[in-house]
Design a protein around this ligand. Structure first.
Ligand code: GAR
Length: 197
């Protein structure tokens, strides 16, 4: 066996809230497929994602912006933590803060995000509501590389779902989540496979 086949892609997950995507990553690819989640970082004290990490034995760290001079200083502290954890890949899984240019620069090409729309349509907040309000009969999920813009980086994978007449944002969100929970771990495994040769 060559040395490359033993390599593990060390993943840091950034999450602000519920963490259902983090849970899918932990269930589907953590310690399998050449992937290890080495830390979970949140900007929010009390995020359910942090409990999920702890339950899985993954170390957590919290960086509330109020504890730093500004957002840039906070992001530099996160970058330094991720370097200490020897992070190969940064996964934004419901991370709702915009990362500073310096952070993006430090990990460029190694940060991915999951977003609940068919980008470039409906970037930013309330993506599912935006699609419904626009009268769309379909929307979907995008996993993409992160650049300095809001949800503008290169698309890695997309999947479409229909929106039935009268469907609520909650109903669509439930189906979007099911797709996210498959697509995001799948992309992480693919990236790990391509890195590990
Ligand atoms: C997910 O639906 C994700 O696509 C979305 O937040 C949700 C987090 O759910 N992200 C964005 O809207 C980013 N612009 P989770 O905390 O249960 O994983």
């Amino acid at each position: 066996m060559s040395l490359a086949q033993h390599e593990i892609t060390r993943v840091a997950v950034l999450a602000s809230g519920e963490g259902s995507n983090l849970q899918a990553i932990l269930d589907v690819v953590h310690k399998k497929h050449g992937v290890e989640v080495v830390c979970v970082v949140s900007d929010k004290l009390g995020a359910r994602a942090l409990e999920r990490a702890t339950e899985a034995g993954v170390p957590t760290a919290i960086f509330p912006v109020a504890e730093f001079e500004d957002r840039r200083a906070r992001d530099m502290a996160i970058a330094s933590h991720l370097r200490d954890m020897r992070t190969d890949l940064v996964v934004l899984a419901g991370y709702m803060a915009i990362l500073s240019e310096e952070f993006i620069g430090a990990f460029f090409g190694r940060i991915i995000n999951v977003h609940p729309s068919l980008l470039p349509k409906y970037p930013g907040l309330r993506a599912i509501e935006q699609a419904i309000e626009a009268g769309e009969n379909h929307t979907g999920v995008t996993v993409h590389y992160v650049d300095e813009g809001v949800d503008t980086g290169d698309v890695i994978a997309q999947e479409v779902i229909g929106i039935a007449p009268g469907e609520t944002a909650e109903q669509v969100a439930e189906r979007i989540h099911e797709i996210e929970h498959q697509l995001l771990p799948e992309v992480i495994a693919q990236i790990a496979a391509s890195r590990n040769g």
